[in-house]
Design a protein. Structure first.
Length: 268
């Protein structure tokens, strides 16, 4: 059992979570996941792959209760004291379960050439809570992948990982895909591409009627700026009809509405 706060394990985990965490995560292609929910999905689904599992005595008991400690997982397990876990964890009240995981490496051009049914794309999204929520939403409504542009929040930051509530292990996630590449690949593969714009004259329900269950990509803009003209050019712009007096919807809420409607319209 690790009891020293100066253990190399502690220093490595803290480096991935600290102020230089983004740089460290990219350099190592590793990230940190905490808590029973995330670790359960990491064990059951395996992509992103679990590298090292840190457990306190109470954390081990939680995994044993759910029959998750297989021989393969035990081979990756390192026991730590409660004090060491508190030093490593990003949360105020850690659950005694923390894992070092590999950042998944997916090839977007290869993936999109298989013509998946529906993809969500987010342009320069900045809020970790929103990023986690839209991954969770895409998973819930059966989207085949979720894609983030360059200059987005780090998908593997601890706040985003927690906000996905385990969905990070259920759906392929692609990062740093420029809008120009997305448009080029959509055209090459015959996939319709839509963007959300409150000023569009095309209501979402009408756009979905024209979709006719064909593959599609749905583009959502930055929380503050939406989709600038240079980004929205060449997209089929749609609007979400609203009967009330609210000026607009929060990004994650708007994405939820669209993804739900798309999932219903493209059911096989």
């Amino acid at each position: 059992m690790i009891t020293s706060l100066h253990s190399p394990h502690v220093e490595r985990v803290k480096a991935l979570l600290g102020s230089r965490g983004v740089k460290e995560r990219k350099a190592e292609s590793k990230f940190i996941a905490e808590g029973l929910q995330s670790i359960r999905e990491a064990i059951n689904f395996g992509d992103p792959k679990l590298d090292t599992l840190y457990l306190t005595e109470s954390g081990r008991a939680k995994l044993e209760d759910e029959n998750l400690l297989t021989s393969a997982i035990l081979g990756k397990t390192v026991e730590v004291s409660d004090e060491v876990m508190r030093a490593m964890a990003d949360t105020v009240t850690p659950q005694g379960i923390l894992a070092l995981c590999d950042i998944s490496k997916h090839n977007f051009p290869n993936f999109i050439s298989k013509q998946p049914l529906r993809i969500a794309y987010f342009w320069q999204i900045q809020d970790p809570g929103n990023a986690g929520a839209v991954i969770r939403t895409a998973d819930a409504f059966g989207f085949n992948a979720i894609v983030f542009s360059d200059q987005c929040v780090d998908v593997y930051s601890p706040k985003v990982v927690r906000a996905t509530a385990g969905s990070l292990w259920h759906i392929p996630v692609f990062e740093d895909v420029p809008i120009s590449e997305l448009k080029e690949l959509a055209e090459k593969n015959g996939i319709q591409i839509f963007g959300t714009d409150g000023n569009s004259d095309l209501p979402l329900p009408e756009a979905l009627l024209k979709l006719n269950k064909k593959p599609s990509i749905w583009v959502f803009g930055n929380e503050a700026r939406g989709l600038p003209s240079e980004v929205s050019a060449d997209l089929n712009l749609v609007t979400i009809p609203m009967e009330g007096r609210a000026e607009s919807l929060n990004l994650a809420v708007a994405a939820t509405v669209v993804m739900y409607e798309v999932s219903q319209a493209t059911k096989l």
